[in-house]
Design a protein around this ligand. Sequence first.
Ligand SMILES: NC(=O)C1=CN([C@@H]2O[C@H](COP(=O)(O)OP(=O)(O)OC[C@H]3O[C@@H](n4cnc5c(N)ncnc54)[C@H](O)[C@@H]3O)[C@@H](O)[C@H]2O)C=CC1
Ligand SMILES: O=C(O)C(=O)[C@H](O)COP(=O)(O)O
Length: 384
Amino acid sequence: MLIVADENIPLLDSFFGDFGEIRQVSGRTMTASDVRDADVVLVRSVTRVGPELLEGSRVRFVGTATIGTDHVDRDWLEQKGIRFSAAPGCNANSVAEYVLGVLSLHAERRALEDWTRLSVGIVGVGNVGGELAHKLERLGFEVRLCDPPRAEREEDGDQEFVSLDEALQCDVITLHTPLTRDQAHATYHLVGERQLASLTEDQLLINAGRGEVIDTGALRARLAQANAPVVALDVWEREPRIDPELVDQVWLATPHIAGYSLEGKVQGTEMIYQALSGYLGLPVRKKTGQFLPEPALSKVSFTSAADEDDAIRISLRACYDPRQDDARLRVAMRGSAEERAAAFDRLRRDYPVRRECSSLKVQLKGTSKSLQDSFRAIGFKLKI
Ligand SMILES: NC(=O)C1=CN([C@@H]2O[C@H](COP(=O)(O)OP(=O)(O)OC[C@H]3O[C@@H](n4cnc5c(N)ncnc54)[C@H](O)[C@@H]3O)[C@@H](O)[C@H]2O)C=CC1
Ligand SMILES: O=C(O)C(=O)[C@H](O)COP(=O)(O)O
């Protein structure tokens, strides 16, 4: 069996080595000739999968080690009887931790003594938005959920949903929808001129869904006006050819890495491995836990002398500080358009190992119960 795979999928040999030959190619430039003889194609989000790639090949299975599937023509795969599998939820916790990192920086920049005083509107409440809401609610934030498709499906449920306009009134608005077009509640340019006009300089807008969910032209225009909102973008229209002037205008700019914790990436590989094993009728023998190395930082310790907010801030940033990714992206935006696009992809390909909060044991000696609860809410392992 020949497996053609994006070289950026981690642990390809460890998970798929027993299945047959693996040919690794660049996901961004994968072509029909790369996959013509393949039985299985494994991609991430940068490969467009449809007739242009697969027509005339003998591919029977396509897996994407990502949550998003907007790069895949699923209808066409179904028509052709090609089995498809994605990795729903694989890096949801990583994205939630990215948002917590951004919130902690925002609170510090605003000199807020208590970050939980911020109200947060979550737009798109699936695996990512749901995980984030769970953490924020446990931490004591006021959270408003906006998800019209779910609101319609769960009309009689207990969960309360608000409209996009209501979510846009929160101190922080964070976008976690898939990119959809031509369907009810399509998200393409969901946030445009009218929505951006309603935001003020006291508000923070985060996009960690897909770049096309915000209208870049309208955002650029709004950011040039007075009283513009603070903006943190992890995803961009036209990646990897992103707009360098928009990078200059936003507060935090990262190269689509919110989901790039090691755990998130390896879980993506594991999920498509499980799906392929099922398709081939083979037993599942490998698990993410077998392959995760020891974290570089395994333990931090606080005593009763610690300031509670500082303890959380220090621990969160010990695992992940978005400012490092922001600094690298800004440097990468120097040079020609070709150089910038290559640099954007290089930052993603050579991404440093980033471990989730669950990899860090936090020792708390004589600290309050509420601090312990906050650490647990974020996902740290506690040692009391
Ligand atoms: N920045 C990054 O690194 C990453 C980005 N993503 C993006 O985040 C998206 C969401 O991921 P999940 O939560 O796992 O997906 P999901 O499918 O579990 O949830 C998406 C939610 O968005 C809702 N939704 C759809 N249209 C909406 C609209 N118009 N307004 C409000 N809500 C709407 C859906 O009803 C659903 O509940 C992915 O599709 C992907 O594009 C995912 C992982 C990493
Ligand atoms: O899972 C998703 O959806 C994502 O957005 C991924 O984190 C994107 O990573 P790549 O597939 O572009 O490596």
